[in-house]
Design a protein around this ligand. Structure first.
Ligand SMILES: Nc1nc2c(c(=O)[nH]1)N[C@H]1C(S)=C(S)[C@@H](COP(=O)(O)O)O[C@H]1N2
Ligand SMILES: [Mo]
Length: 221
């Protein structure tokens, strides 16, 4: 029988729609799920980009800036600005998740992928973790496999502009899949180490790994 001969309320489409309504099909399947998956548990969205640090914002001109990549590597390097620029340059977009519960979507970074840095220095097999050092004396630790994530970047540009000093310019690390305290600003030294050991916040009660999807905020759960 042709659906066009029936009253609309008995058509296949009407019956399907009634079924979808009773199942809540589009409520869970289409509308809310993508949002829930993008924002980690306990986080809220912000549009502005807050500034968080220890209160010392070093003023390092690009001409004076240097980045040491050292430790358990075959070919340690000290990059000056020209050296950083000579490495492959990448643009990518990622979200920020700060442990203080704000998240900010769609940050456009420009810089050098950590994978490209690692390819240049050739890590030893025994290297398991990385200590990141800022010009302000800040330190934070990450596992080498987190440091080497495909979207981790030493960023010198944000939204098409040079990275501002208060956000860690001339250059900072960005590791999007971990809480933002792991993303060291004013990066001065990247040190590959054997066993993982705690940096500044990790000594002060924060988690060694800091995965926002597992709410790894503090060292005591
Ligand atoms: N060198 C350095 N890096 C740092 C910090 C710092 O105090 N010094 N603070 C961390 C913390 S706790 C956060 S939340 C982010 C904040 O980066 P933003 O100021 O660009 O938002 O930087 C991280 N990296
Ligand atoms: Mo933070």
């Amino acid at each position: 029988m042709d659906d066009a001969d029936l009253p609309p309320e008995d058509s296949k489409l009407t019956r399907s729609k009634q079924q979808w309504a009773s199942q809540g099909k589009f409520l869970t399947g289409v509308h809310s799920r993508p949002e829930e998956e993008r924002l980690p548990p306990g986080q809220h969205l912000t549009v502005k980009w807050p500034v968080l640090d220890l209160g010392r914002q070093p003023d390092i001109a690009r001409e004076r800036w240097k980045l040491e990549v050292t430790g358990m590597v075959a070919r340690p390097v000290t990059l000056d600005w020209a050296g950083l620029m000579a490495l492959p340059q990448t643009r990518l977009r990622s979200d920020i998740h700060c442990v203080t519960s704000w998240s900010r979507y769609d940050n456009d970074w420009q810089g050098v992928l950590t994978r490209d840095l690692l390819a240049a220095v050739e890590p030893h097999d025994e290297a398991q973790a990385v200590m990141l050092h800022g010009y302000d004396g800040y330190t934070t630790n990450v596992l080498l496999r987190d440091f080497a994530a495909a979207d981790a970047i030493v960023a010198h540009g944000w939204a098409g502009q040079p990275l501002a000093r208060d956000h860690g310019g001339p250059a900072r690390l960005v590791i999007p899949h971990l809480y933002f305290w792991k993303s060291a600003k004013w990066i001065r030294k990247i040190e590959l180490i054997g066993a993982d050991k705690p940096g500044f916040w990790e000594v002060n009660g924060y988690h060694m790994r800091g995965d926002p999807w597992d709410e790894q905020r503090y060292s005591k759960e």
